[in-house]
Design a protein around this ligand. Sequence first.
Ligand code: FAD
Length: 656
Amino acid sequence: WVVASLTKKHPPLARFIGDGAAPSAPNFDVVVIGGGHAGTEAAAAAARCGSRTLLLTHRVDTIGQMSCNPSFGGIGKGHLMREVDALDGLCSRICDQSGVHYKVLNRRKGPAVWGLRAQIDRKLYKRNMQKEILNTPLLTVQEGAVEDLILTEPEPEHTGKCRVSGVVLADGSTVHAESVVLTTGTFLRGVIVIGLEMHPAGRLGDQPSVGLAQTLEKLGFVVGRLKTGTPPRIAKESVNFSILNKQTPDNPSIPFSFVSETVWIKPEDQLPCYLTHTNPRVDEIVLENLHLNSHIKETTRGPRYCPSIESKVLRFPNRLHQVWLEPEGMDSELIYPQGLSVTLPAELQEKMITCIKGLEKAKMIQPGYGVQYDYLDPRQITPSLETHLVQRLFFAGQINGTTGYEEAAAQGVIAGINASLRVKHKPPFVVSRTEGYIGVLIDDLTTLGTNEPYRMFTSRAEFRLSLRPDNADSRLTFRGYKEVGCVSQQRYERASWMKSSLEEGISVLKSIEFSSSKWKKLIPEASISIVKSLPLRALDVLKYEEVDMKLLAKAVPEPLKKYVESRELAERLKIEATYESVLFHQQQQIKEVQQDEALQLPKDLDYLTLRDVSLSYEVREKLHFIRPETIGAASRIPGVTPAAIINLLRFVKTTQ
Ligand code: FAD
């Protein structure tokens, strides 16, 4: 974790131009290594930006493979998918062609933190993703294992940094490129573990990436080690679903993509999920056999928020843990027991499974396993995901210490865009923390680093009321279209129509005013309190929980009926109304900080012990060590959140 070591010069293993690179080697603007969730987005984004792109990956038939869970989205992750989609990325659209059970999480909370989520048919997702990738203009796909990088000697005017100019494959052939994006997931020196058995692999059935890991280390990149795991797969016909709690999908389904009017499958044809729980016998099997479990003994960090059953039993003993039985696809005979990630020897996994309610006769088709892999300290990359150490080399996905398909896809789209912009000598495309969860993700990684697999949550975003899944298009589509050209004309026109319809709708809703008693008569269902003197705007009436645009348009058909013709527009108007006052308040806070940028911070402030001001310990430490002179300087310290700045500002103003 010593970032200072980045400045050290290490003799690279990588080849320099002239070291035998074939002069006839093919040339591309951008080469992306890896066909996982980061790689597919990066390659497609670079091609959409107009760069001649090559996607180099081990196997074409594993492009778009979902290595672990058969689902996409969730709390925070659904937000990332909407943002990837707003930049015309692929995963949301492909999910809408492959989902088998749509369910929005966090429904009881406001729409700002709803988690769009769906179970996905693995085979269908892979097939649809491969079709998309193989039909993307300017994108070429090639099978091969990349073993090494080709570098160009540093030019004096370029601060001594070398530049990547291509890659070397395992068969010794080379490909030249202006920019290279590495998205190698869990493959760098990957080792998979079941019980006491360990063997080199990127994931079950796939070779690891060793040469590339060595190259990166030799180049001076700071490398760490992380681990994760996956549950066993169970034969569907061996599960007794009849005694378990059934979860049915939402009706209607909310699509992931802004351009999907609906999803490919009707809610009534979607597949259910079932809920069961672990019990004390599961705890016993885990605890009695810890000595047979190498993965759990490893001190390497695993995912905090998607832990193995062993970690859950050790951390929270004597509790019943949820196990969701999820379908793997429409015609799949497999069930994925979500929550049962395990690395015990296979026979003990089967023993453990069969003590769970509903799984008494379950047949295990594939054992769960763990994977340990190298990742690169993400503080070695800039907000555009280019490395500090090697020019035009970009990292995206699990290689940067994240976990999850959505986190990988989000980084992929940004790396692909920036790899392309770099070739065109254009300024980088950076999403800020106030603009999107993508900004939060990349800012957290590049400023704070991570020593455990990083996943997204809504709690990581300071301004979550404005970074909602419903409005990702208005935050990012216009930038994507105008600044980088990664958004199609059709999507741009749709987002423009939505933007102008929302603006018009809100102004119409503001202009309709009646007394509260008249509103009460018009909409008896609404719990409007009658205050004689005050007229109420239709926008305020729409804020009542029980009022939606349909009710409002029934009460005042002219001019409101046209706003219910589109279900999405009607829903978005409701959401805009719900958040109108809080967002106004949030904008005021942002202005407040901007106005007081020059406010001096007392020199003797003891940030570590300061009471009466809510600051995380991490923020206190940063302020303590850096001792910024003004609020403006404090706000520019990486990792000091806008919320912390507002609290500090108010504290200093009241004590002066
Ligand atoms: P990947 O999807 O892993 O794709 C990497 C790609 O790079 C592959 O196509 C590979 O063939 C290719 N590649 C690698 N090296 C080379 C090379 N040298 N040359 C050419 N091609 C190369 N996520 C969760 O959110 N929760 C979990 O519980 C969870 N558990 C997991 C368990 C396991 C066993 C595994 C393997 C993954 C798990 N994940 C989990 C992580 C999830 O699968 C990843 O976060 C996500 O797939 C990362 O996407 P990526 O594009 O970075 O990498």
